[in-house]
Write a protein that binds this ligand. Sequence first.
Ligand SMILES: NC(=O)c1ccc[n+]([C@@H]2O[C@H](COP(=O)([O-])OP(=O)(O)OC[C@H]3O[C@@H](n4cnc5c(N)ncnc54)[C@H](OP(=O)(O)O)[C@@H]3O)[C@@H](O)[C@H]2O)c1
Length: 400
Amino acid sequence: MSKQTLELHWGILATGGIAQTFAKDLSIDPKTRNVSTIKHSVAAAASSSSKTRAQEFLKEVDAPSSAKAYGSYEELVKDPDVDIIYIATPHSHHFQNAMLCFEHGKNVLCEKALTVNAAQARVLVEKARSKDLFFMEAVWTRYFPLSIYVRELITSGHLGSVHRVIADLSMAMDPATSFADGKSRMVNVDLAGGALLDLGIYSLTWLFQTLYTTQPESQRRKPSVQTIMSPFKTGADVHTSMILEFPRGEGEGPVHGVATTSMLVAGDPDGKGSAGPTIRVQGTKGEVQVFHPAFRPVKTKLVMKDGTVEDKEWPQPGPGKGSGFFNKFGSDKREEGEGQGMFWEADEAGYALLEGRKESRYQSLEESVVIMEVMDEVRKQGGLKYPEKIESVEYPLNLT
Ligand SMILES: NC(=O)c1ccc[n+]([C@@H]2O[C@H](COP(=O)([O-])OP(=O)(O)OC[C@H]3O[C@@H](n4cnc5c(N)ncnc54)[C@H](OP(=O)(O)O)[C@@H]3O)[C@@H](O)[C@H]2O)c1
């Protein structure tokens, strides 16, 4: 392993929808996004259901023939050829899975929401630190050039003083019909389902990366929150609205954040952006708007008080047309040769390991914990409690 370049050997823990999308993105040559010091490869994948499923997965994602298939997560974490593990199980299982990885000395990139609650997140952070391991929440959007551009508009002072951010991630899923049996991980409380932890975390991400991450570390303060939450018949939320106040120094505040999320209505009903932006970052000199979807935006609009209007497109790179490469998440398919955009976060994990960092540049572990604390408070106000077993910090626990 040279100090100038690094090939990361990934272990993929779980073989569901997003694990496939992520692993496919890893196969894209980093040079297509001007990255020359990091390379990625899938070294192994594990399925909790069977080794056969892991073998099928490796085929589906065009993994190298040397990649190993395991029929249990316990085998994966013992593989000495794996540098870092990507956890792609439902929220309910992240705590147990990440503890397993840390116990076996593995670095971790863990899907959002990091855990079910802040107490679990704190235990994981402590564990990773005590073992000197890299740990990062996989909020991929933060690593997009588009997000870096938005944050720079704020830190450079271009927007003036930012006083309000409005962010929505809503998708009309018709839960009463689509999730009628209540088993889908979107609404199943045993899997920590619900709009907040699944979709609302992106609305909160936009508030946090614009109003919290952009502050000097010593001045970052946890926001207060007020919530309205509507439950599905399972008890999981399907429609949640939050108003946050981010504390600022004397004479600067107050700074408001409005985060909404829903499975009942859509932020982009016609799928063409006709309803306008779903994110607005508003400063005294102007605002930057970001268009749906909050998790994978490809379009921004800058509207300044002096009359300047700047539309920008942010297409995701990839091998390009004619390459025969296709990626998708569920029924949401990309054009031929276009990446999903999950490689940006994978690159950040690579840079961190190359530089000896133990956490991400764009979302500290402390910030992940604060976001979990806010979501704890939102659930408390909304009356959403998950089963004790998945809220527990006990390890190991056998979850079904
Ligand atoms: N970044 C993004 O854009 C994005 C998008 C969607 C989801 N996510 C996040 O990724 C995670 C997984 O979401 P997903 O959509 O990939 O879910 P999914 O398709 O349901 O896959 C989850 C996988 O977890 C494993 N698993 C282990 N125990 C399970 C249990 N008790 N019930 C269900 N599955 C279990 C299964 O894989 P094995 O059988 O192989 O073990 C299953 O295929 C969630 O945290 C979600 O919030 C992120």
